[in-house]
Ligand binder design. Structure first.
Ligand code: FAD
Ligand code: FES
Length: 354
């Protein structure tokens, strides 16, 4: 069975590949079939020839015409990065799944007085889509964008955001560098620290944060504990590496999982009681946790047997939010990536959804 079987699939033609700086490429894609509709802040997952998936966030608002803009950092030795560097050409067609993700644009209520956006590196891609959506809607709340990098050359579209700040009175762009030389006149350090310094009271704010998992975790901790930000108003996508879907090598005792498949058949698998349930099911080629266990794609949703549901630790806020955002969620549905496999789960009965 193809683990990606029921995910929405799209064929995307690569129309243009443009270097944005030394290590980041812009990819312009066009859907070959019906346009893929998406919400600003969402991402898609490109299928590599060996079936692995890599996730990338749309960098511009959905225009409804099937055009998709991605910003991709080329990592040395990375599989998709090396393909882009060496083989990719305009005209090639890629297979992709999506859209996924619940870090999406929320039209601000009257109680929201400000919007703070944080990005590191290519985390600017979804933030750019969110910002352009907000500005096109004419929101009146103040919007502050903090974009962090190591050196000035990392902020490959700083000119674009500076120009938007000139055009929109309610929008401020704050570039923040960690390793700039003495000639840099701007902010230094980490984006979350700069935002906390400028906005010590965030009780009436919405914060979007995208990019490195370290930044996203540190920003959530700092802004909710010291600036009064409500956890539900912190929306984030951490760019976790795809390797997070692999099951860890383990000496842990085995557990048996009883599985009901979407075609009505049943089977059982025996896996080490280690890592997450998603990793075990991905290792058995029964699902693909597209976001790597980040609780942002929903592709690892399962239904737990009624007499097992209360034996699992309850879902946390992030899991509850994503489950609520998915279509047709049942009370016994869970995200397999959020369930740690433990010996007590021997005999767990679940129904797979894809
Ligand atoms: C929700 C989400 C959205 C994302 N959006 C974006 C985006 O918009 N833009 C973007 O640039 N990225 C984004 N990412 C990250 C992206 O999905 C990929 O992780 C990234 O592009 C690397 O893919 P790759 O195939 O080039 O590298 P991989 O093959 O995944 O390798 C990554 C790095 O690990 C090293 N590596 C690989 N295997 C090993 C090993 N066995 N031992 C040691 N090192 C190893 C490689 O050399 C490389 O440097 C996103 C991730 C998520 C989860
Ligand atoms: S793997 Fe993406 S939500 Fe679980």
């Amino acid at each position: 069975m193809d683990a990606a079987g029921t995910m929405p699939v799209h064929m995307l033609k690569l129309t243009k590949l443009t270097p944005l700086c030394d290590s980041v490429f812009r990819l312009d894609l066009q859907t070959v079939d019906a346009p893929m509709r998406y919400r600003e802040g969402q991402f898609l997952s490109i299928r590599l020839p060996d079936g692995q998936l890599r996730s990338y966030s749309m960098a511009s608002p959905d225009r409804g015409d099937g055009r998709i803009e991605l910003h991709i950092r080329l990592l040395p030795g990375g599989q998709f990065s090396e393909w882009l560097r060496g083989t990719a050409k305009a005209g090639q067609v890629l297979q992709a799944y999506g859209p996924f993700g619940d870090c999406i644009w929320r039209t601000p209520s009257r109680a929201t007085t400000r919007i703070v956006m944080l990005a590191t590196g290519t985390g600017i891609a979804p933030v750019k889509a969110l910002l352009e959506k907000a500005l096109s809607q004419g929101v009146t709340q103040s919007i502050s964008l903090y974009w962090g990098g190591s050196l000035e050359s990392d902020l490959y579209q700083a000119g674009h955001f500076a120009a938007l700040a000139d055009q929109h009175e309610n929008f401020t762009f704050i570039p923040v560098l960690t390793d700039a030389d003495g000639s840099w006149q701007g902010r230094r350090g980490f984006v979350q620290a700069a935002a906390a310094e400028d906005h010590p009271h965030l009780a009436d704010a919405t914060v979007y944060a995208c990019g490195s998992p370290l930044m996203v975790n540190a920003a959530c901790e700092l802004l909710t504990t010291t600036c009064g930000l409500a956890p539900d108003n912190f929306l984030a996508d951490a760019f976790n590496p795809a390797a997070a879907t692999s099951a860890p090598l383990s000496q842990a005792p085995d557990v048996q999982l009883d599985l009901a498949h979407p075609d009505g058949t049943r089977s059982a698998i025996t896996v080490p009681a280690d890592g997450s349930l998603m990793q075990a099911l991905a290792g058995a080629h029964l699902m693909q946790g597209v976001c790597g266990g980040n609780a942002s794609c929903g592709t690892c949703r399962i239904t737990v047997a009624t007499d097992w549901i209360n034996r699992l630790a309850p879902p946390d806020r992030t899991e509850r939010r994503l489950l609520a955002a998915l279509d047709g969620t049942q009370p016994t549905d869970r995200l397999a990536c959020q369930i740690p496999l433990q010996p007590e789960l021997h005999g767990l009965i679940i129904r797979l959804q894809s």
